[in-house]
Design a protein around this ligand. Structure first.
Ligand SMILES: NC(=O)c1ccc[n+]([C@@H]2O[C@H](COP(=O)([O-])OP(=O)(O)OC[C@H]3O[C@@H](n4cnc5c(N)ncnc54)[C@H](O)[C@@H]3O)[C@@H](O)[C@H]2O)c1
Length: 457
């Protein structure tokens, strides 16, 4: 990428001109699941974009023309085009990337530590570096998911620490929290409204103008950064809490012989009911962490968010429930789980994506191993690889026939299309469906020992 033209990205007219003549230079720091599609979108819009990441293997592979997100439809062609036309490249050198850019987007990970405390160290460390190297009159947009108030109370202080930069004077900052769904990022980037907030009205207008140019979606203007980040967390935590609600209901419906899926299917016909499904647990890089981010905000502000606390507790107990269902089935078959062969179907935390971050599958596998079971795994997204120290099976039907019991953890499309008859060939044959993919009427006259979460059987 050529060096950046002197553009004052704090001046709306200069930004408009730089979009029109495509001279605005963009750097996306963190080119993972969200950052790479973001960078590709800016490059596709004709803006020279550089992706910066500390993962050298990823950067080299991208620069060699290998698209890493095979489970994100819609981006591979864009990737090939923008690499070919020179609008996109990647680097591990933050100095080089930032010095050539006017607009810096931060798409860095915001995980949590083992004690469930949010970890903002990637954002903090990059902003520390930016305090030394950011070009005057640049614009920083934080896309990572952060707690309300984090920009105002922490990041601006870090950026201003070296006294080179003064917010609102020679640089500006805002947020555009990312809300795309893994596996559907192209659809979401081109359809879902985006939230925009910043330190002042002018910056918000500038960010909205840039995002409108690149994404052409509805932009929801927020009064400040903290409100935008509060919205982002509210939407995800709403889901975590509602999943806990149906998880808890499903445990009771089970005892009543009620199929939770039938309840939900009928309930969703009422105009103000929003459907959420029970399952083996809530994983992934968003929902559990976002709940803990809000709980951290509650601690900081001496507030109480008891419904979120309890929801986390309920959702985190669901893997234990899967274990109990499995033990029940083994008992019913007069067989010991110790020494048995159990097949796990699906390890991704979510259907039809390749991602095992905080997946309940890992917890369930470890618990089954502690009980003395041997574990096999089949997951169409991880064929020919090793995950959780286990080689992934390459053929689902072969793996099923070799097992004593199968546990469906992820509702991948391949499992939704499965003919349940295949499970009758298992040695025992025990089938646990934690995601409601099995049509229970199809197993009625089989020898299967079946349990599902909240299926009333
Ligand atoms: N994945 C999702 O579903 C999703 C959806 C919406 C929002 N988000 C949020 O978006 C943000 C990014 O998430 P993601 O899923 O893309 O994460 P990711 O782990 O896929 O990507 C993050 C990238 O940042 C890089 N990185 C880490 N530290 C760095 C540093 N110091 N300098 C440069 N690069 C560094 C990593 O190597 C990685 O490639 C998070 O805040 C997340 O909560 C994620």
């Amino acid at each position: 990428m050529e060096n950046s033209k002197k553009i004052d990205v704090n001046n709306i007219d200069q930004v408009r001109n730089s979009l029109n003549d495509k001279s605005l230079k963009v750097c996306v720091v963190g080119i993972g699941r969200i950052g790479l599609p973001t960078a590709l979108s800016f490059a596709k819009a004709g803006l020279q974009t550089i992706g910066m990441d500390i993962n050298e293997k990823l950067v080299n592979s991208i620069n060699q023309g290998n698209f890493p997100l095979k489970d994100e439809p819609g981006y591979e062609d864009i990737f090939n085009n923008v690499i070919k036309n020179g609008n996109f490249s990647a680097t591990t050198n933050i100095n080089e990337a930032v010095s050539k850019s006017n607009l810096i987007l931060l798409s860095l990970p915001t995980p949590m530590n083992k004690k469930n405390i949010p970890d903002y160290s990637a954002l903090e460390s990059v902003c520390k570096q930016l305090s030394d190297i950011l070009q005057p009159n640049s614009l920083i947009v934080v896309e990572s998911t952060i707690e309300p108030g984090f920009i105002e109370s922490t990041l601006i202080n870090i950026l201003e620490k070296t006294k080179r930069l003064h917010v609102g004077k020679n640089f500006t900052i805002g947020v555009c929290p990312e809300n795309a769904n893994p596996g559907e990022i192209f659809h979401d980037f081109t359809n879902l409204p985006r939230l925009v907030g910043s330190i002042d009205k002018e910056t918000t207008k500038i960010i909205a103008m840039i995002y409108d140019f690149v994404f052409s979606v509805e932009l929801i203007i927020m009064p400040d950064c903290k409100t935008a980040n509060a919205v982002k967390l509210t939407t995800n935590v709403f889901r975590d809490v509602n999943i806990a609600f149906v998880n808890e209901l499903s445990l009771m419906f089970d005892k009543l012989g009620i199929d939770t899926l039938k309840v939900l299917d009928a309930a969703k016909r009422k105009y103000n009911f929003q459907i959420h499904y029970p399952g083996a647990g809530v994983g992934g890089p968003c929902l559990p962490i976002n709940s803990y981010q809000f709980l951290n905000t509650a601690t900081r502000t001496d507030s109480k968010l008891s419904i979120i606390e309890q929801s986390r507790e309920i959702n985190e107990k669901m893997p234990d429930h899967v274990i109990n269902l499995t033990l029940d089935c083994f008992k019913k078959c007069n067989k010991s789980i110790k020494g048995s062969n159990i097949l796990i179907l699906g390890i991704s935390y979510k259907a039809d994506v390749k991602d095992v971050q905080l997946s309940p599958a890992e917890i369930i596998i470890n618990k089954l191993k502690d009980l003395g079971a041997s574990i096999r795994i089949y997951d169409p997204y991880y064929k020919n690889s090793e995950v959780f120290g286990i080689n992934i099976e390459s053929n689902m039907n072969d793996a099923i026939t070799k097992a004593d019991a199968s546990i469906i953890i992820t509702a991948h499309k391949e499992f939704q299309e499965i003919n349940p008859q295949i499970f009758t060939k298992m040695n025992t044959p025990i089938l646990i469906d934690s995601r409601g993919v099995i049509d229970t009427s199809s197993i009625k006259n089989t020898n299967l020992v079946f349990r599902g979460i909240g299926r009333g059987i």
